[in-house]
Design a protein around this ligand. Structure first.
Ligand SMILES: *Cc1c(COP(=O)(O)O)cnc(C)c1O
Length: 429
């Protein structure tokens, strides 16, 4: 990041950061569709293999198109470095696995994306990593009771998908730092335009770029951002970063990369070994999305608040959940962490339960029934009959996903058109 760039505001960074063309270079980020790179000498390549010289070696590990987009996202979040991954799931896995081994554990908020819950509770368990889930209403003492000498990090989502709870980032950062471990925050729904978790003490930030960053539901992807703020040496419990890596001729990441040790290890070691790298074309498409992110997320948030207000006054709607809606249980946290808006995702309950919810969805004309959320088009999902259909009505209520719950992802169309559509669909129940 240049000194100039530090002064730019987020809207400018969305456009200008990342790719910096030199004299008579292409104006637009080129797609370097090349797996490999050419060198003038064998010695230079040898130095690359020992991580002693900068440069690209092989596109599983790094590629100029990917690097440009990663550096834009690092700048947006205020981090020292970032790495793109092939999906949000890969970002979650690597963010944890980078500093956690078999026999160790992590503490995670329970209100997180279902796919992350599966990864943590089932797949990482098979890798010997235990996840201790904590709920947002637990006291500090109750959370700390879950942390022991083998705990490696605390994990949470800025705006939880689909619970829409807002993470008290400062509180969990303080808890993590008291125990010399980092806080990892999934900032997918908020995006760095609405919230930059690093400014509140988060150490690592991840995203499913599949959602608002891409913004058009066209490309699955993820990213990990390193704040550079966590002192791995002082913490004294992260030998994978502070002691020699046998797979790189004894490189010590904190010595070779300083503040960017975590992200360089993730890239040089785990991306090398796991290979969850996106294609240059995917990174190019993501970059197009990033250019309009600030505009889009502002409109998503504006439209969602209008829709939430409309719904909360409707007699066929039992409840509405949107963090920026006055009276919402998350309102105070949203005012602090999301002053500009809370993205486009809202949920609400329809009078008449499952049948009424299905009738409502089938009656929508503009809003489409999809599994995805968080893109330009308004869409709707009924968890009870889709993602959670194997549960009984009693189990659904226990999981906080009643049969009446509709998840609505408000797009960037005209808000009046979205509300008209909802109105005519509610009228048909
Ligand atoms: C979608 C999502 C993920 C998973 O990302 P993919 O790109 O689908 O792998 C992770 N976290 C959150 C909050 C999400 O919404």
């Amino acid at each position: 990041m240049s000194d100039n760039a530090k002064k730019y505001r987020i809207e400018t960074k969305c456009i200008q950061e990342g790719y910096k063309p030199n004299n008579s270079d292409p104006r637009v980020l080129p797609i370097y569709q090349s797996t490999t790179y050419k060198y003038d000498s064998a010695e230079h390549l040898g130095e690359l293999f020992d991580l002693k010289a900068p440069g690209d070696m092989y596109s599983r590990i790094s590629n100029p198109t990917l690097s440009a987009v990663a550096s834009k996202i690092a700048s947006l979040e205020g981090g020292v470095g970032a790495m793109l991954t092939s999906s949000g799931q890969a970002a979650s896995l690597i963010s944890v696995f980078n500093i956690t081994s078999a026999g160790q554990n992590i503490v995670s908020l329970s209100s997180i994306y279902g796919g992350t819950t599966n990864l943590f509770a089932v797949t990482m368990k098979r890798m010997g990593i235990e996840t201790r889930f904590v709920t947002p209403d637990m006291t500090d003492e109750e959370v700390e009771a879950q942390i022991d000498e083998n705990t490696r990090l605390i994990f949470g989502e800025t705006i939880a998908n689909p619970a829409l709870t807002v993470l008290d980032i400062e509180r969990y950062a303080a808890l993590a730092h008291k125990h010399n471990i980092p806080l990892v925050v999934d900032n997918t729904f908020a995006t760095p335009v609405l919230c930059r978790p690093i400014e509140f003490g988060a150490d690592i930030v991840i995203h499913s770029t599949t959602k608002y960053m891409d913004g058009h539901a066209s490309t699955v992807g993820g990213v990990i951002v390193d704040s550079g703020n966590f002192d791995w040496e002082a913490a004294g419990k992260f030998p994978e970063l502070t002691e020699p890596d046998a797979s790189y001729h004894g490189v010590v990441y904190t010595k070779s990369f300083g503040k960017a040790a975590y992200i360089n290890k993730a890239c040089c070691q785990l991306m090398r070994d796991l290979g969850t790298t996106p294609s240059p074309m995917s990174a190019f498409i993501l970059n197009l999305g990033l250019e309009s992110l600030a505009l889009r997320i502002e409109r998503h948030s504006e439209n969602a608040l209008k829709v939430a207000k409309y719904l909360s006054g409707h007699k066929k709607v039992v409840w509405v959940s949107y963090p920026k809606l006055e009276g919402d249980s998350q309102y105070a946290l949203a005012e602090k962490y999301l002053p500009l808006g809370a993205s486009g995702v809202i949920s609400f309950g329809i009078k008449g339960g499952r049948d009424a919810a299905m009738k409502f969805m089938n009656s929508l004309r503009l809003a489409a029934i999809v599994v995805h959320v968080a893109d330009a088009r308004t869409s709707v999902l009924h968890p009870a009959s889709t993602t959670h259909r194997q549960l009984t009505d009693e189990q659904l209520v226990a999981a906080g996903i009643g049969p009446e719950l509709v998840r609505f992802s408000v797009g960037i169309e005209n808000a009046e058109d979205i509300i008209d559509d909802i109105e005519q669909a509610l009228a048909q129940i």
